[in-house]
Design a protein around this ligand. Sequence first.
Ligand code: AP5
Ligand code: ZN
Length: 217
Amino acid sequence: MRIVLVGPPGAGKGTQAQYLAKNLSIPHISTGDLFRANISQGTLLGKKAQEYMNAGQLVPDEVTIAMAEDRLSQADTEQGFLLDGFPRNLAQAKALDRFLADRNLALDAVLDLEVPEDEVVKRIAGRRICRNDSSHVFHVTYSPPKQEGVCDICGGELYQRDDDHEDTVRKRLEVYHNETEPIIDYYKAQNLVVTISALGKVDEVTQRAMDALQRAK
Ligand code: AP5
Ligand code: ZN
């Protein structure tokens, strides 16, 4: 299946994407994780992205679209993929449609994770991620690591993301409402959107998502 995951910052996209990608045997492609890997490797792309990310703004489309298409080109797009954090505005959504149409492909579903803003704020405030791999995600209360400050998966150090501080989170939520939410209507017009509540335990949300994707097939 070719799936796009949307939802506000902190909705649990990265958390759910790990399980869904595994269950569906498709790669999880997160533009946020790709940017963070570039930042920690000190690449030119990382340097370009960092100031936008720390300000809670979108990285410019030309940079983001090129990076996403490059990563998608390495995947077996016929087999499928789970996109997390891309597309994030209408220009990116249209670029993705063109990329797929050029390969005679289309999306199968857009999974929209719905979470009230007060819950999102709690999730982001307690999030800790791994220095080695930003897809290793924990929460100080909701999914604490076995040993405080240490990643269960690889033993790396856990830290709070630079863009998870209160002012930046407020900006990211505003950007989500203004720039990303409009893509939900764009995809609704293509009959692709399945909306689920992302409240509840992580495994309950995964089950809800799997059921919804099954119905969308
Ligand atoms: P990105 O990394 O994509 O961030 P985001 O969309 O803001 O999403 P988050 O990573 O904050 O949250 P999430 O929904 O993945 O939640 P998570 O699973 O971690 O983007 C960062 C920045 O990069 C952007 O601001 C932008 O600058 C740039 N960027 C990226 N893509 C771009 C694009 N396409 N165009 C332009 N710029 C782009 O969960 C959150 C916390 O909650 C965790 O601690 C987790 O343990 C916990 N949690 C998860 N599920 C549950 C649950 N069910 N119950 C309790 N706790 C839970
Ligand atoms: Zn780790």
